[in-house]
Every structure is written in C-alpha cells, then in structure tokens.
Write a protein that binds this ligand. Structure first.
Ligand SMILES: N[C@@H](CCC[C@H](N)C(=O)O)C(=O)O
Length: 258
C-alpha cells in the first residue's frame, strides 16, 4: 500500500496507533503496526471512521482481533479527534458497544461514559497452577476480576491466564487486583488479543465495580485504580453508569507504508 498517515498516543501507557479510514486493517497489517521492534508499536490500532455524521472507533487488538470496546482507546481517540479533526468536547463517538459520550476537564483529563456495567457470575482464573475466584463483569467486553494477595502472584503473564471457556467463549481480559486503601486499588491485566498491557480502561471499570460490590458499596461511589502505567479514576454514578477518567495524549505522528 502507498504511504498513509498515522498518529500514536496512549492513555496511562495503554498505547495505540490511529490510522485513517482508507487503511484496510488486515490482521497482518495490525500486527505489523503494533510490532514494537519492526513497527510503530502499540497495544492496538484504531481506524478513524466517519459514518452517518459521527466518528466511529474501529478498534483492533495487537493480534488483529476485534473487540467490542476499549476504554483507554476511545479516550485517546477523542483526544485525536479534538486535536487533529477539530471535534469539540463533549463529543459522541461510535463503537462496537454503541455510542459513548466523552468530555475533557480543565486539567486535560478525558472522561468516557462507559454505560451500565453488568456484574455476572463468579468464575475462576488460574496462573502457573494457582487459581483464584473471580467476578465476571461485562463492560461491553468480557472481564474476570480476581483479588490476589500480591500483584506478583500473577507471575509473568506471558500466556493467557486459565479461564472457563464456557463462560468466555470469545476469550477474556483478566485483571489481578490488590487493595491499596479505602476506595483505592491497584491492578495488573492480561488483555485478550494483546497480552499484558500497562493499563486497560474497561478493565479498570470492571475492577472498580467488582471492588465496590465486594466492599458492600454500589452506585454513587468513586475509586482510584492504579495501573502500571499510571492512575485512573472510575466513578459509578447514582444512575448506575460508569465514568472512566484519566490522561490521554498524542505523542507522535508521521507516515508509514506498513
Ligand atoms: N485496552 C482496552 C481494552 C482493549 C480490548 C480488549 N483487549 C478486548 O479484547 O476486549 C481498554 O482500555 O479498555
């Protein structure tokens, strides 16, 4: 393919390559773009599509697979749309999980309204022969949230954690969580289709909801969620919607023929 433009950015070091709608995203191209040695490098790729008078986030994991939703990706996409396409905040952006509304505060933190979470059954996840009970939370995409004694218990996370394929026929994002204080947790994540990443927005939302439920709390509370790449704030509003807030920055732009 001829050269095309790209932008690169991240939200709490969950990093993405953004390309124009004309770029066909074969799995091979997504893997090439995300390659951290031979490509640009990223946890995923976002194709910026304009359809029916609205922007749509066509999101791919670094292995080329699609996902319904990416919380950090859509916050970065909103930053891109604002800075590059001149789209004002607040803005509505389409995704495979429906239309999301995004805002930006005076400090430049971008918030996405992720909608109403679904807390489902208890399940089990495992690593290196150890296993933990986990809460199945649907944030548009599937999550299993496991509380552990120490984040190092999750091991290297080079491989996907063991999980119930019946519960998660399309795979799962697995979060390992420790408590840091009142309404304050820290997590590591193994993302379906991308491996261990330094942050996951939908994962932070799933973790917050599972922690709040475990703490006997519910809608009408907020948690600080530390990730290896920074800090996110997750608010569960009194009308049961989950708001994800954090930094989102464009760090590079250029052209490529990958
Ligand atoms: N990093 C994202 C989640 C990306 C999709 C996920 N790997 C999946 O396959 O569901 C986030 O910030 O939410």
């Amino acid at each position: 393919m001829a050269e095309y433009s790209f932008h690169k950015g991240h939200g709490t070091e969950n990093d993405f390559v953004i390309v124009p709608a004309e770029v066909e995203l074969s799995p091979e191209r997504v893997r090439a773009l995300c390659d951290r040695r031979a490509g640009i490098g990223g946890d995923g790729v976002i194709r910026a599509v304009r359809e029916d008078g609205r922007w749509f986030m066509d999101y791919r994991n670094s292995d080329g697979s699609t996902s319904e939703m990416c919380g950090n990706g859509i916050r970065l996409f909103a930053r891109y749309l604002h800075e590059v396409e001149g789209e004002p905040f607040p803005m509505d952006v389409g995704s495979r999980d429906g239309v999301k509304t995004l805002t930006c505060d005076d400090e430049g933190l971008v918030t996405v309204d992720m909608g109403v979470p679904r807390v489902l059954d208890q399940t089990v996840v495992g690593v290196d022969g150890r296993s933990w009970p986990a809460t199945h939370v649907d944030m548009g995409n599937p999550h299993a949230v496991a509380f552990v004694d120490d984040l190092a218990d999750a091991g290297t996370l080079l491989d996907p954690p063991d999980h119930d394929a019946g519960t998660y026929p399309e795979g799962v994002n697995v979060e390992f969580v420790v408590r840091r204080g009142e309404r304050h947790v820290a997590m590591r994540v193994h993302e379906r289709g991308s491996g261990e990443t330094r942050s996951c927005g939908t994962g932070a939302c799933a973790v917050m909801v599972a922690a709040a439920v475990a703490d006997g709390l519910g809608p009408g509370t907020a948690y600080r969620v530390d990730v290896p790449g920074g800090t996110l704030t997750v608010t569960w509003t009194t009308d049961e919607r989950v708001l994800l807030t954090g930094p989102a920055v464009i760090v590079a732009r250029g052209t490529t023929s990958l």
